[in-house]
Design a binder for this molecule. Structure first.
Ligand code: GDP
Length: 525
């Protein structure tokens, strides 16, 4: 094996997908703490009320105390390099949240023991399913009252279609968490809270006799359940996991650090390392081919004084060295990488070298767009990142008609950057495009950037559509004049989208027009 392939195999590049409040920030901190990537919990996430709180690069961000954009946290564990790609997934849910999944090889689906599968988890899961990203499930907050473990497994299976294969099984019901049975080693592990919470929990192995003496009924019950799992064949199977047919499940609690190290171990043992990636033509570029990388996120205005733009690139093949000159596949132009950084939250460090699976932040990247490929040597283009199903719509207009040109230029620029989807129709005309977003926060970003960067103040009128389907030009006359429905063209890919106010309206129109083409967009439920 070459160095590069070996380095690639040491990488685990993943994202945590979850619903707000399931514990993603807490888990991120706990993971990093175990891996000693940061000095103390709390320094990782820009959440109000914590240390290292607001990042200071955007007024909007500052006023809300949240992080609008995403980057990656890098840490070492057991001789492996972990890249945790952050999915901004809260009030700021947006297309970026989905797009970062183009950069990962595996996802950890974090679910709240009391709440089970929640809507945002499902949406993100659907992107994983579409991209066939293997999913490891972590049932969090087992230290608090919650649902029955077996019931949660049923729900996971029913909602995701994946066969759950528990790697650990809880000793004690939710709220009475003593430890786990490790189904791989057969050992019982007891967790003990350490004072202060944010330090590593104590873990002790118990002999069956000790477990019986200490835990009594909980031990017997867990034993019965584990036998049941084995009887129904709920055992881990690497092939079906990688084929996105089953999901290993672990139980724990991020806050007191129960089961977090076991999750990292599962990532080392089960999560797939970076693999050779197919290009647009389907040919694979081996890990040790010359450098290639996929831009999965462009973040603007991190430093307002310089109005710089950072492009986050996932290394797909080869070795990245700072200073190398790459080719930008979309334009054929050279791209100098003098300013390469490893970025997470506020902390930026200069990055000199990176391998497949790593994430590099490139400064001065105004020409780069999400989905772009950079390469060295023989040319390659990776498939574009798909556009996701928007759920929020608004008509944008320049407040001052003398700024029509700036407005138009700004909208086109933000469309090209993937900040928002821009839809147009002859009916609405050029000066009143419809902006389509996955999360409403995208509108605020557009409003802010158009005014700050293009000098165009805009008004936004929200439309009451909630659903978009891919259609064709034949639907234009069919839907013309219908209430609660409209056909527009998406600038980004010239797709015709039919918008509807609700499911009921859509179904009625479908019934009346059996020939109407309506196909789900990615990330639709
Ligand atoms: P996020 O919105 O998914 O990032 O969730 P946070 O990490 O901010 O957690 C939401 C709340 O749940 C916070 O009050 C956390 O302290 C709490 N929390 C997270 N994990 C656990 C856990 O394992 N046990 C308990 N009891 N609380 C938790």
């Amino acid at each position: 094996m070459t160095d590069i392939t070996e380095e690639g195999h040491r990488r685990r590049t993943f994202a945590v997908i979850s619903h707000p409040d399931a514990g993603k920030s807490t888990m991120t901190e706990a993971l990093a703490l175990h891996a000693s990537a940061i000095s103390a919990a709390g320094a990782v996430h820009g959440k109000a009320g914590r240390r290292g709180v607001t990042s200071d690069w955007m007024d909007l961000e500052r006023s809300r105390g949240i992080s609008i954009t995403s980057a990656a946290l890098r840490f070492d564990y057991r001789g492996h390099v972990f890249n945790l790609v952050d999915t901004p997934g809260h009030a700021d849910f947006s297309e970026d949240t989905y797009r970062v999944l183009a950069a990962v090889d595996c996802a950890v689906m974090l679910i709240d023991a009391a709440k089970g599968m929640e809507p945002q988890t499902m949406k993100l899961f659907q992107v994983c399913r579409h991209r066939r990203i293997p999913v490891i499930t972590f049932v969090n907050k087992w230290d608090r009252p919650g649902r029955e473990a077996l019931e949660l497994l049923d729900e996971i299976e029913e909602r995701t279609g994946l066969r759950p294969t528990p790697v650990t099984w809880p000793l004690g019901t939710a709220g009475h968490f003593h430890g786990v049975i490790d189904r791989v080693t057969g050992r019982a592990v007891r967790y003990t809270r350490t004072p202060g919470g944010a330090t590593r929990a104590q873990e002790d192995e118990l002999t069956p006799e000790q477990a019986h003496a200490e835990l009594g009924h909980d031990w017997e019950r867990a034993g019965e359940e584990v036998s049941l799992l084995s009887a129904i064949g709920a055992d881990h199977d690497q092939k079906s996991f990688e084929a996105h047919e089953s999901t290993p499940v672990l139980f724990g609690a991020a806050l007191p650090n129960f089961g977090v190290a076991r999750l990292l171990d599962a990532m080392v043992e089960l999560a797939p390392p970076p693999a050779a990636r197919p290009d647009v033509a389907g040919a694979v570029r081996p890990l040790d081919a010359p450098f290639s990388g996929l831009v999965f996120k462009v973040q603007a205005n991190m430093d307002r004084a310089h109005r710089d733009r950072i492009a986050f690139v996932r290394v797909c093949s080869g070795r990245f060295e700072r200073g190398m000159v790459l080719t930008h596949a979309a334009t054929g132009r050279p791209f100098a990488t003098k300013y390469a950084q490893s970025v997470f939250g506020q902390e930026r460090t200069t990055l000199d070298e990176a391998y497949p699976g790593d994430v590099v932040g490139l400064v001065n990247a105004s020409a780069l767009r999400p989905g772009d490929t950079l390469y060295e040597g023989s040319a390659v283009s990776f498939p574009p990142i798909p556009s996701f199903a928007p759920e929020h719509f608004a008509v944008a207009r320049a407040r001052d008609s003398s700024k029509a040109k700036q407005f138009r230029r700004g909208i086109d620029q933000l469309d090209a950057e993937g900040v928002i989807q821009v839809l147009r129709s002859d009916l609405r005309g050029d000066q009143a495009p419809v902006l389509a977003a996955v999360g409403p926060m995208q509108f605020e970003v557009v409003q802010h950037r158009l005014s700050a960067e293009f000098g165009a103040q805009i008004s936004l009128d929200r439309l009451d559509y909630t659903l978009a389907r891919r259609t064709d030009a034949a639907s234009i006359p069919l839907l013309a004049g219908r209430r609660g429905a409209e056909v527009l063209e998406r600038g980004r890919d010239q797709a015709m989208l039919a918008l509807f106010t609700d499911q009921w309206r859509m179904r009625t129109i479908m019934r009346e027009n059996p020939g109407l083409v309506l196909e789900p967009l990615i990330a639709d439920t």
